[in-house]
Design a protein around this ligand. Structure first.
Ligand code: HMH
Length: 202
């Protein structure tokens, strides 16, 4: 089994995380602007938390996973700078506090510090893959969201996600594959809650 088999093993949750009403509304151009702005600021806070998690994971990662984790961390630094540019353009307040779903996701990431590296790598792959699939579902997106959707569906991002699957699979080869599955499920649930936070349609 490869980690890439996990989405089909948990198809209902995966669908809820990657075909959420928020994403459908971005595709249709009907998402309330305030909801999108709230979500953007929370995603900025999440990316900061993710960079910290990824840095801690790098510190204990096997040799074969180091290069991809470093490249991914550098991409997250660029992503933070991109959010800061958008914030200036759109007048967003990035100093907002974490809403409950963002805080809960950070606790999930911190909890992963205590699990074996192969399981943490699986969770990292899952949180990137679910995000890529979610925005791919919304693509190309309606105005004014098209540039955002394009930013999160680049071929470079897709290639990164594929590489993460490879290192997760390599690490899991000598580990307990079954132990990774609950972390996958927890990531999917955290993603659903993260979309719900932005907008729960009536
Ligand atoms: C909620 N999940 C969420 N935000 C992100 N930026 C990613 C995953 C991937 O970076």
């Amino acid at each position: 089994m490869s980690v890439v088999d996990l989405p089909t093993r948990h198809a209902a949750g995966w669908d809820r995380a990657t075909r959420h009403p928020f994403l459908a509304a971005v595709a249709a151009g009907t998402v309330p602007e305030a909801a999108f702005r709230t979500w953007l600021v929370q995603d900025y806070l999440f990316v900061g938390d993710l960079l910290r998690f990824q840095s801690r994971l790098l510190a204990r990662a096997p040799r074969a996973a180091q290069a991809i984790l470093v490249a991914g961390a550098a991409a997250l630094v660029d992503e933070l700078a991109w959010f800061e540019k958008v914030a200036v353009e759109e007048g967003l307040d990035l100093s907002a506090t974490r809403l409950p779903a963002t805080a809960a996701y950070d606790r999930l990431l911190t909890g992963l510090d205590g699990v074996p590296v192969p399981e943490a790598l699986t969770a990292l792959w899952a949180l990137e893959r679910v995000y890529l699939d979610a925005w791919s579902f919304a693509a190309p997106g309606a105005e004014p969201y098209r540039d955002f959707v394009a930013h999160w569906t680049t071929p470079e991002f897709a290639a990164y996600v594929t590489e993460l699957a490879t290192v997760a699979d390599e690490a899991l080869a000598g580990a307990d594959r079954g132990a990774a599955e609950p972390h996958f499920v927890a990531v999917v649930e955290a993603e659903i809650a993260f979309w719900d936070m932005a907008w729960e349609p009536a």
